[in-house]
Design a protein around this ligand. Structure first.
Ligand code: SF4
Ligand code: SF4
Length: 407
């Protein structure tokens, strides 16, 4: 695609990055078929190609309006379009730039600003979020049914093995996961302990920065990222092999630290190293899986439907690993139609765009339940809570299922 970026942006780092992405797009439209919002709304401006066009206009100096903001807000950042695109258009990078620019130019109504500010000041803080969750659990009986179902039952985390192995890896605690489902990281620690690896949570590390970044508080997000790097760095220097992430949404964010901090002289090199070390738990278990093959063989099958989060399959391009590990562990995976489509969770999307999110959830649950599974497994805390709000089946992280098989 030919571009002519406006003078005020073309020679800046953001301008050069956006231009490189735009020039790759040949307007073929292959991405339309796999875009959830285009599938639902049928409007070109709610497709990747339409949004790319809107951002191109903005970068070329056209006035920015509420219409641009609306269509970018409706994007889930699921990145299914990247998976489909034959030209390798990195839509995610472009939309990050486009959203930041729209935020600078188009003021939001006071109510919308307040909502976004409130989310940015609560969700990333585990103590605050944990207190809110405890209240939600206490008053579950008077909450609307779908909201009540999205609040997971308090499940005991179980024992976290002592750090007894020479091989060590870090694990991201995250922000909402410690209070919503502490059993996930504890299960990961037990599985890795069996594989001869000790999993350690570094004091001082917390939210990956994803919540604030996607709410367009990008400066705050960078502060979360730097705090994590500071907390992890001494462990990295002492030989931690990897930074294991059990929430694929957070994993996608941490994998982007190198890119997002590339212009920061104090953090660029460390951030690049963190990106190299960031691994989804499925990648780590996959490398070591031969060691547990004997334990798993011959176990009776149970039917599970697996939801592959967008952040795992499109964001990190990790496909099929958790599914094949579950199959090795004796689970029968049911067929799930439209597995490439988002469930509608997408960070804070389910709160900010509830109508579209609900339609995606209904479709997703129908497809997950079609094979009559006994439960649903996934790989991201946001998807887990969101899908749970739409089904009576239990939704869990797949590593918890594997942990139980190994116990
Ligand atoms: S598939 Fe890729 S090249 Fe084609 S319109 Fe979509 S983003 Fe552009
Ligand atoms: S990120 Fe997802 S919702 Fe956004 S344009 Fe791409 S496919 Fe559509």
């Amino acid at each position: 695609m030919q571009t002519q970026l406006a003078d005020w942006i073309k020679d800046t780092p953001r301008g050069r990055e956006a231009d490189a992405v735009l020039r790759k797009c040949v307007h073929c439209g292959f991405c339309l078929a796999t875009c959830p919002t285009y599938t639902l709304l049928g409007d070109e401006l709610d497709s990747p190609r339409g949004r790319i066009y809107l951002m191109k206009q903005m970068l070329e100096g056209a006035p920015v309006t509420e219409r641009t903001q609306l269509h970018l807000d409706r994007c889930l950042t699921c990145r299914a379009c990247e998976t489909t695109c034959p030209s390798g258009v990195e839509y995610g990078k472009l939309v990050d730039i486009g959203r930041a620019m729209v935020e600078e130019r188009v003021p939001r109504p006071a109510g919308a600003r307040l909502k976004r500010w409130f989310l940015s000041k609560t969700l990333p803080f585990p103590t605050l979020f944990g207190a809110g969750l405890a209240l939600g659990r206490a008053f579950r009986s008077i909450l609307p049914a779908s909201l009540a179902r999205s609040i997971p039952e308090a499940r005991p985390a179980g024992a976290w093995p002592a750090a007894r192995h020479a091989r060590r890896m870090l694990v991201l605690a995250g922000c909402v996961q410690p209070s919503m489902a502490p059993s996930i990281n504890a299960a990961a620690a037990r599985v890795l302990d069996r594989l001869g690896i000790s999993l350690v949570e570094a004091a001082g590390a917390g939210c990956c920065g994803g919540v604030t970044f996607h709410l367009n508080y990008q400066h705050d997000a960078l502060a979360f990222m730097k705090a994590n790097i500071d907390a992890w760095w001494p462990h990295v220097e002492q030989g931690a092999e990897a930074i294991v992430i059990t929430a694929s949404g957070c994993g996608t964010m941490v994998a982007d630290y190198g890119h997002l901090l590339a212009g920061d002289p104090a953090y660029a090199a460390k951030a690049a190293r963190i990106t190299e070390l960031a691994k989804d738990i499925s990648v780590v278990v996959d490398v070591e899986r031969d060691r547990i093959a004997d334990v798993l063989s011959g176990r009776p099958a149970a039917k599970v439907a697996f939801h592959a989060p967008c952040s795992l399959q499109h964001g990190q391009k990790v496909r099929g690993l958790a599914e094949s590990i579950l199959q090795d562990a004796g689970f029968e995976l049911t067929a799930v139609a439209d597995a490439h489509l988002c469930c509608g969770s997408a960070g804070t999307y389910s709160i900010l765009e509830p109508v579209l999110s609900r339609r995606l959830l209904d479709d997703k649950v129908r497809n997950l339940e079609a094979g009559a599974p006994g439960q649903i497994a996934t790989a991201n805390i946001g998807c887990m809570a969101h899908i749970q709000s739409g089904t009576h089946l239990t939704v869990r992280h797949w590593i918890e299922l594997l942990d139980e098989r190994l116990s």
